[in-house]
Write a protein that binds this ligand. Structure first.
Ligand code: ADP
Ligand code: ZN
Ligand code: ZN
Length: 732
């Protein structure tokens, strides 16, 4: 037989199939060791056939087979094809997503388990004849096995004495059989008393999700009990003998969330989060593969959970940017989820209090099934959001970061013994330019996105169309010279807070303080247990935490994400305000939100303060249509990088010429095309250029033509890296 193999080397010149001679036992999905160059490398058998074009004398043998049964299922082989086609990825990079790191490099080869049972000769015999009175541990495990019949060796070792087990095996009292485990027997769902009775809204949602043939968008306000809806849907899937995947943003994998799943599903759930070691991750993964665990809960990569017969996929906080991977291999989690759902005939539910405009558009147009949870479970009103005009503060002589209203609200909150969250809406490296007197922000005339200040050239640039503008000396609107660019950080906020409220205990949470493993969980835990009065943080404090004592949320500078040079900037701002406001007044105590801005007249604040998502959506979708952004177009970015600047320029020239040739033939489907230096011109030693395109959405053929250009570029310039992204979150 001929095994067609993808070798485990990530380079574009080996991204193809290699043929090897193999024995008749070879199967699709097995891992093998094959000679490649002078060494043996691991590879994946993606096909088996009878003939090959490789001449007999050149054909090499598979060195060894690493698994006893296929480790990549038929579903994942198809998923690999889909992902390479859709996202233009190397096959090997996709396979690497499917397996835990520990599986690779031959470190773990077998997926076998040892089961132990009593040698029949020792069953109807008085145990005292072969177990000494002093060997209590041996008696315990013997009696246990007498009771249950068979058990896994690792289970016995962990729960009884490993030495006793070894002794009895050594004396042939126990026998060992090695099995490839496919599925453990069906485990009943443990009923725990933490369950609640669903509200009618929640019950309707569950019914609708489980009946719909389309993916469901679950649009539920903060505190409406979406988690309970997911849990019920998962139970339904399990009852039907199926499995389930629950995806959450990494940051919301809090101990609280994990506890809920553990208590509801016990060992049936495998938790995949970044705090796991490689070994732990591998164990959880294996429990899913063997069917010991039937519910996978985790961040983005859990969409690749090795479950069969998936009945449900949940994408919680579906609008979250972490669902789009931003480094190679770049993929869109939702697309993978849809593929798996289709393959397994599974239900999909995407939940959010602030759906992405794109998803809501799909729901409105009948592509998704739309389900609403309009009320909070505890009937609490949404907290009142008060807007403070920071331009006015300047004219009163207050040029600090805190408005008078925020200071007095913090004071009040602390005096009452409550907690406050101060939120800094900071994203990326953005440096927009704003007038501190009237709030004017410099924008591109063509694209309606904020311009970015480039210090070296003292120019303002649009990151979408490359247009350049002179830096401003005076505000075009009010003629004030108070033009500001740059931003404050969380450190400075903490400094100021400590000055104003010396006795307050403050926790800072941002990229710097949460580097270590589990660091963010620790900080959140401290705040939740009341060890601090004020939590100062960036985006990571906005996610679904449930702090009972928080009565005040202060948004220091709401404009920061608003003027990010991104067509989704306004949408992100709306989402952030709604999410972070939802942290106030979750339980008995009513909450209050103070939102500081230099542009209080911006429509996003009007809609956010009245919690009017649909009003906001209508405004936004019209703008997107007028300016030709997704979902009305699809943005493609071809990112070209190379250590040699001239080579990068030459490669970009080739790329744009070739793409232009495609565009000329398909003028109607090609809305926009330009090439430029990437906003981040160099990363490490590589020069970065990009070709930006906007094309008709969902046009596979056109996208493939662009991918073919990328292939030509890498073939012509082997030292050049060339990746293409679909609707990237960030164009830097
Ligand atoms: P969301 O994710 O929509 O913001 P959660 O799922 O966090 O809301 O639910 C908010 C709170 O309401 C949680 O403390 C949850 O335990 C509780 N809850 C949810 N459903 C019910 C219900 N049917 N009865 C009582 N409490 C509920
Ligand atoms: Zn001005
Ligand atoms: Zn522009």
């Amino acid at each position: 037989m001929i095994a067609r193999v993808i070798v485990d080397i990530s380079a574009s010149d080996v991204d193809r199939v290699f043929d090897y001679r193999a024995s008749d036992e070879i199967q699709r999905g097995l891992r093998v060791l094959v000679p490649f160059g002078r060494q043996n490398v691991e590879g994946y058998v993606i096909d088996v056939c009878d003939t090959t074009d490789v001449p007999e004398d050149k054909l090499k043998d598979v060195s060894s087979v690493l698994d006893d049964r296929p480790i990549i299922s038929e579903e994942f082989l198809h998923l690999c094809d889909y992902m390479t086609d859709r996202f233009h990825l190397r096959k090997i990079d996709v396979f690497r997503l499917f397996l835990p790191a520990k599986m690779r490099g031959g470190r773990i080869k077998e997926l076998k388990k040892n089961f132990i049972f009593i040698n029949p000769e020792y069953i109807d015999v008085d145990p005292n004849l072969f177990i000494k009175k002093t060997a209590g541990a041996q008696m315990e495990v013997y009696e246990y096995l007498l009771d249950v019949g068979t058990a896994e060796q690792s289970y016995l070792n962990a729960n009884f004495s490993a030495a006793a087990v070894r002794n009895l095996v050594g004396r042939n009292v126990f026998l060992v059989k090695t099995e490839n485990v496919l599925r453990t027997p069906y485990k009943g769902i443990v009923q725990k008393d933490d369950r609640v009775t669903l509200t009618p809204e929640q019950s309707n949602a569950v019914e609708s999700i489980m009946l719909s043939d389309k993916p469901t968008l679950l649009f539920g306000v903060t505190g409406s009990g979406k988690t309970e809806v997911y849990l019920n849907c998962i139970e339904r899937a399990l009852k039907d003998g199926k499995t389930a995947i629950m995806l959450v943003p990494e940051i919301s994998l809090t101990p609280q969330v994990m506890r809920i799943f553990r208590s509801r599903f016990g060992d049936d759930v495998a938790l995949l989060h970044s705090g796991l070691s490689d070994g732990e991750r591998f164990d959880e993964w294996r429990r899913l593969l063997t069917g010991e665990a039937r519910v996978a809960v985790g961040a983005r990569s859990a969409v690749f959970a090795p479950l069969t017969d998936v009945g449900l996929i949940v994408i919680d906080e579906e609008h979250d940017t972490s669902y789009v991977s931003e480094s190679n291999p770049r993929y869109i989690t939702r697309d993978v989820a849809f593929f798996r759902a289709k393959h397994n005939n599974a239900k999909v539910v995407m939940g959010s209090a602030t759906p992405s405009v794109e998803s809501f558009y799909a729901a409105k147009n009948g592509i998704y099934n739309a389900v609403y949870l309009k009320h909070r479970v505890n009937k609490r009103e949404m907290p009142e959001i008060k807007i403070v005009n920071m331009c006015k503060e300047v004219s009163y002589g207050n040029s600090g970061m805190f408005s008078a209203s925020l200071v007095s609200a913090i004071d009040e909150c602390l005096n009452a013994g409550n907690q406050a969250i101060l939120f800094l809406n900071r994203r990326g490296y953005s440096s927009y330019v704003m007038c501190r007197k009237c709030g004017y922000v410099a924008k591109c005339d063509d694209c309606d996105v904020s311009l970015v200040y480039h210090k070296e050239e003292n120019l303002l640039k649009c990151h979408y169309c490359q247009r350049r503008y002179a830096m401003l000396d005076l505000c075009p609107n009010c003629k004030s010279p108070h033009i500001k660019q740059g931003f404050v950080g969380t450190e400075r906020i903490v400094e100021q807070i400590k000055k104003m409220f010396p006795s307050a205990r403050v926790i800072r949470m941002d990229n710097d303080t949460t580097r270590g493993k589990d660091a963010h969980l620790k900080l959140l835990g401290e705040f939740a247990s009341g060890n601090a009065d004020i939590l100062v943080g960036t985006q990571m404090v906005a996610k679904g935490h449930d702090f009972a004592n928080v009565t005040l949320v202060g948004i220091i500078d709401a404009d920061m994400s608003l003027h990010f040079s991104d067509f989704r900037a306004v949408e992100r701002t709306f989402q952030l305000i709604t999410q972070v406001a939802g942290r106030a007044g979750r339980e008995q105590k009513p909450g209050k939100v103070i939102l500081q801005t230099h542009t209080p007249g911006h429509y996003v604040y009007r809609f956010a303060t009245s919690y009017d998502y649909e009003g906001f959506y209508e405004k936004e979708i019209n703008l997107l249509q007028a300016t030709g952004f997704p979902p009305f177009t699809e943005i493609l970015r071809m990112l070209i990088s190379c250590e040699n600047e001239q080579t990068a320029l030459d490669a970009t020239k080739l790329a744009i010429d070739k793409v232009r040739a495609v565009a000329d033939k398909r003028a109607n489907d090609f809305i926009y095309l330009t090439a430029m230096r990437s906003p981040k011109k160099r990363i490490q030693t590589k020069h970065r250029m990009q070709v930006l395109m906007r094309i008709k959405p969902d046009c596979d053929e056109l996208r493939r033509a662009v991918y073919a250009v990328a292939d030509e570029v890498t073939q012509s310039f082997p030292s050049v890296g060339c990746f293409t992204e679909i609707n990237p979150n960030d164009l830097s």
